[in-house]
Design a protein around this ligand. Structure first.
Ligand code: SF4
Ligand code: SF4
Ligand code: FES
Length: 279
């Protein structure tokens, strides 16, 4: 239980709101009564139940996403006091101790905003699709015991398997820049999705997809598609775009060794390029 003796009765929360994908953003201030052991999700729930700004103006509830509430799904990722992180594990007591100020919430800046703190992360999942980040099986019938995986392989792969596609590494990456397309009036949803995907395919795929390539290329069954994955990293928007700034590894909430994955992927794509050159 937190020590509440030095805590204020209320604190202020500034939220960067946006009413829709094409609308302009604006700041809104809310006053929330302090309670011990709050996280940013519970703060947003109080704001939704008040539906009133600090000036007493009636407003619609702030939109946000969450699922697991235990830093596993990544849905609640947003920028809290200038740092990209999960709202469910951003504890108010700790934020106050770190900064001694009020709380500021913004959506991630690298993805198009759908509404308030909810962003469209299609590009991130397209990156996984492009990199074939899965294990291909050719039957649903029983196949007996799977191949044995050595202790070393398990130790290498387990950290990479913890990725929850939250987007923190992409938000922090200077090479990953925002791509926002507008759906045409007469453009169907399917046609728009296809146009988005073909645009995303030429843009930087980012650290999380590179790391997933190394995870699946280290899997005894998924490694059958290893060359295809490496080819995807050698295509436009692939590993060559990485500037090695290492921001990604610093913000990953799962402490995934992203720069190690990037270095391994760099070596593997070099070997692949030489092999292809010599036929
Ligand atoms: S190391 Fe590469 S992927 Fe990571 S932040 Fe830097 S440029 Fe982005
Ligand atoms: S690598 Fe880390 S920061 Fe990037 S999406 Fe996965 S869990 Fe999030
Ligand atoms: S709600 Fe799943 S990570 Fe926060």
């Amino acid at each position: 239980m937190a020590d509440t003796s030095s805590k204020p009765d209320h604190f202020e929360v500034r939220v960067l709101r946006q009413d829709g994908p094409q609308a302009s953003s604006y700041w809104e201030r809310h006053r929330v009564r302090y309670e011990p052991d709050m996280n940013v999700i519970s703060v947003l729930q109080r704001i939704a139940s008040q539906s009133q700004t600090v000036d007493g103006k009636e407003v619609s509830p702030v939109a946000w996403e969450c699922n697991c509430l235990e830093e596993v799904c990544g849905a609640c990722t947003m920028v809290v006091n200038g740092r990209v992180r999960q709202a469910c594990t951003a504890l108010v007591d700790r934020l106050m101790a770190e900064q001694e100020s009020d709380i500021e919430l913004q959506p991630m800046s690298k993805f198009p905003v759908q509404r308030d703190l909810v962003v469209e992360r299609r590009r991130m999942f397209r990156g996984l699709e492009k990199s074939k980040a899965w294990v291909t099986v050719d039957t649903y019938g029983p196949m007996g015991a799977g191949p044995r995986i050595s202790q070393t392989e398990q130790e290498n792969n387990y950290p990479l398997s913890q990725c929850m596609s939250c987007g923190c590494c992409l938000e922090a990456c200077p090479q990953y820049t925002k791509v926002e397309l507008v759906q045409g009036d007469s453009e169907s949803d399917d046609a728009f999705a296809e146009r988005q995907d073909s645009t995303f395919d030429g843009e930087f795929v980012g650290a999380h997809a590179i790391s997933q390539v190394m995870l699946f290329n280290g899997h005894p069954i998924a490694k059958n598609d290893a060359n295809e994955r490496l080819d995807s990293l050698m295509a436009p928007g692939g590993i060559q775009v990485c500037g090695n700034a290492q921001n990604c590894v610093a913000v990953c909430p799962k402490e995934i060794p992203l720069t190690t994955s990037i270095a391994r992927a760099g070596r593997a794509t070099t070997v692949r390029a030489i092999t292809k050159f010599f036929g």
